[in-house]
Ligand binder design. Sequence first.
Ligand code: 13P
Ligand code: SF4
Length: 310
Amino acid sequence: MNKIPTNDAEIIQKISELKEEKGALVLAHYYENLDIQHAADFCGDSFELAKRARESRKQIIVFCGVSFMAESAKIMNPEKRVFIPRADAGCQMADMVTPEIVLEMKKQHPNAAVVCYINSSAATKAVSDICVTSSNALKIISTLKEKEIIFVPDKNLGSFAAKHFPDKTFHFMQGWCPVHNDLTGEDLRRAKAEYPNAVVAIHPEAKAKILAECDYIGSTSGILDYCRMSDKNEFIIATERAIVERLSEEMPSKKFHLMSPCLTCPDMKKTTLSDLLYCLENLNNEVFMTPDKICAAKQPLERMLEAAKD
Ligand code: 13P
Ligand code: SF4
């Protein structure tokens, strides 16, 4: 009988054997717990993960992240089998937008292009013109000829993008990320007072008035690269806490401080090593979608990948 792994070292060893045995690619978002990131073949922000999933030659993709990310991997690789170790890991912002909301906004603004943040369901993508991620939103919008933009669901990322396109009119819905939107001016002031020598890096899902007072605004990968390349030694990080943990591990000579304890995404913290092991062993929680649904949601994602090319 196979020995059941009982400690982390044994679980990690078994995960590595199973990846090999099943020919599986394990992807992890940078907000996942560090042990999951270590066990993954590739970590990235949502754009990098979407690209990596599309380029995968492996027949099995196990996606450690939240459900819209695994769904996007399936949409771009319909012939592959995609699994998510925790099917209950969702994104509260993605749940705020529905196809009905988008269709109603389209009715009100018939000449507008619908730009949909990748943090959304396949059904919402299917009624949108093009997807964006936090790392490519500006680039993608710059390729659109329409003068009017419907931006869903994140009002904060949308407002951040809109500032760069004064010649376009933006229409927003009231959607937000509860993790980043909860940051307050008081959080920023307190962190700056406590760490006066630190520079501040923030994700564009935070409110405009906070973004305006920070030194760097970017996606999760953008923030990691900014800190890696900076000649500064101390940083206040205003995105999910796993980024602080990863940076502190990678660069022990620099100091990283989380702007506020509110920066914890409960859904990204759900996946454990045991969940990943179980998923690789049993191939449970497969992402299933009808070919019609895949086809409809694929277009805006493919348009994004095409428009993001240099
Ligand atoms: P990134 O696109 O920066 O990976 O962000 C995804 C996300 O969910 C941020 O909250
Ligand atoms: Fe969704 Fe916010 Fe969590 Fe990102 S941090 S997955 S936007 S709830």
